[in-house]
Design a protein. Structure first.
Length: 176
């Protein structure tokens, strides 16, 4: 199952999952998709609105449902996941056994700079706790072991373009 031609990109907000999925899929000649976009399309509302209406628990349930579909669905596909997908052990197992999991990392300042510069993301994504740079630091500290636990490969994206990161993953994929 781990050899299914499917790559999941995991990592915190601002690690570049969606941005890297596109050139990576292009190099591989695969499709790409964004799990958060699927959740929004299915719900007919933004993630921010889902959090407001159903709370984080409602969003997490939707996220798990979409992951189930994706892991039994399209192959030859690069899938950008949401930053909190790794919170549940079942999700981590599902990711690991349904393809290859690449953990995108970056230092806290880089993550925060990318998030702060992304106005679309600010409209669509709710604050998860206290917001700001401090939230980024807290979340990374809490989730780092979870991302590592399901990763087959780890790439530091700090100071690197999406194209460079995609090439790194491509070389790893071809050699694995
Ligand atoms: C979340 C990250 C977001 C989105 C939701 C929750 C998180 O995805 O799924 O707002 O818990 O870190 P991105 O990582 O794509 O921003």
């Amino acid at each position: 199952m781990g050899n299914v031609p499917r790559i999941f990109l995991v990592g915190p907000r601002g690690s570049g999952k969606t941005t890297v999925a596109q050139p990576l899929a292009q190099h591989l000649g695969w499709h790409w998709l964004d799990a958060d976009e699927r959740i929004e399309a299915r719900a007919g509302q933004s993630i921010r609105a889902i959090f407001a209406d159903e709370g984080e628990a409602g969003f997490r349930k939707r996220e798990t449902d979409i992951l189930r579909e994706l892991t039994s669905g399209p192959e030859r596909c690069v899938i950008a996941t949401g930053g909190g997908i790794v919170l549940f052990p079942d999700n981590r197992d599902r990711l690991r056994t349904s393809g290859r999991v690449v953990y995108l990392t970056a230092d806290i300042d880089t993550l925060w700079r990318r998030i702060a510069n992304d106005s679309t993301s600010a409209e669509r994504r709710p604050a998860l706790s206290i917001g700001g740079r401090e939230e980024v630091a807290q979340i990374v500290a809490a989730r780092e072991p979870l991302y590592r636990a399901c990763a087959h490969h780890i790439v530091d994206t700090s100071d690197r373009s999406a194209e460079e990161v995609a090439t790194d993953i491509l070389i790893w994929w071809q050699g694995s």
